[in-house]
Design a protein. Structure first.
Length: 359
């Protein structure tokens, strides 16, 4: 009798779970069909151009929906959104930047639309936004880097303060926090840890200012700098694995770590395609692509990092912490102060080389 009841109960539970799964599949299929009717999705994104292209290509191939995308650094994306807000309406369906705190302001200003993706349960603890204002896209670790041809491993800086040594004068590159999300996250942590005196001392070594962390490693590879402060650790690890002459440094005082969100813009022109993109970007397939091709640590628990890291590196005690509340309040003043300190420094912008047209 017990076995019969158990089997009956199991059958009932199985049928209920299948019904629930069918409901989810049906909802997903409806979303796909509605998105296809819209036929387009508009992205403003700060993800690495090389990786973003692959996401776009995969989405268009899978769903047959055209993706109109604009890739800029965090500062550029914020300026676009601000200009459209002042004009009265956003033109984007999807927005993503490297500064997580800006989404808090955009939420308050009514510039975002809620959407809780079905992938939420797969995110690492603490990353999901239960209300659906944002969805975790990618994790970035901020470290230093150096040119392995010009700098011996034994002579490479081991701490953030090591680069203040006069011997690095004219040999440093630094990503501009006014342009880059990862750089402003690092700046906030450094100000909390060392104060503005650190940047005043750093300026004495005449660092080369770079526009974006996504291309910053080129300063090392091209020999324009021997040491890079701040660097996207995942990019250095990826390039080193390919045999390029770069290597990351994990300063003993701690590293920076943040998760960049992706969100749906308020009143999106293509709301269903926007939801479908969120599902796509946070899916296991795309997260695996981002960690393999981009080196980004995955946001999902069911995706393994392609470039494994020592877990101790990102333990809370090894991170450059700061008050996000205070950072949001003082961000503009901090960025302005950074600019004042670094005034007169040489600036380098790496642009994609245009292909020559065949005659």
């Amino acid at each position: 009798m017990f076995k019969k009841v158990s089997l009956a109960a199991f059958a009932l539970l199985f049928s209920i779970s299948c019904f629930g799964l069918n409901q989810v599949n049906a909802a997903s299929e409806k979303l796909i069909q509605d998105a296809k009717k819209e036929g387009k999705v508009v992205l403003y994104h700060s993800l690495s151009r090389r990786v973003l292209k692959k996401l776009v290509k995969g989405f268009e191939k899978k769903y047959g929906i055209k993706v109109k995308w604009t890739r800029k650094g965090t500062g550029g994306i914020i300026r676009m959104v601000t200009a459209e807000k002042m004009a009265g309406a956003l033109k984007c369906d999807i927005v993503s930047t490297g500064d997580p705190t800006v989404f808090i302001r955009w939420q308050k200003e009514g510039l975002l639309k809620k959407y809780v993706t079905g992938n939420t349960s797969s995110f690492h603890k603490g990353l999901a936004n239960p209300e659906g204002w944002i969805t975790p896209s990618r994790t970035t670790i901020g470290s230093m880097g150096y040119n392995t041809k010009n700098v011996k491993d034994s002579e490479a800086p081991k701490s953030w303060k090591d680069v203040l040594d006069p011997k690095w004068k004219g040999r440093l590159a630094i990503v501009d926090p006014r342009k880059s999300g990862p750089a402003r996250w690092w700046m906030a942590g450094m100000v909390k840890r060392f104060g503005w005196e650190y940047f005043q001392e750093l300026a004495k070594n005449k660092p080369l200012l770079l526009k974006a962390t996504s291309t910053a490693a080129l300063a090392l590879i091209n020999g324009e700098a021997d040491v890079l402060v701040i660097a996207n650790e995942h990019d250095l690890v990826r390039r080193k694995a390919k045999g390029q002459s770069v290597s990351p440094v994990y300063p003993k005082e701690g590293i920076s770590k943040k998760t960049s969100p992706v969100a749906i813009c308020a009143n999106p022109p293509n709301p269903n395609a926007a939801k479908l993109w969120i599902d796509w970007e946070s899916s296991a397939k795309v997260q695996a692509l981002m960690t393999k091709d981009g080196g980004y640590p995955p946001t999902r628990t069911d995706v393994k990092s392609y470039h494994p890291r020592d877990p101790k590196l990102t333990a809370p005690e090894n991170l450059l912490g700061f008050s996000q509340k205070n950072f949001i309040k003082n961000k503009r003043k901090m960025l302005k102060k950074f600019g004042k300190i670094m005034k007169g420094m040489k600036v380098r912008i790496y642009k994609k080389k245009k292909k020559k047209k065949k005659k």
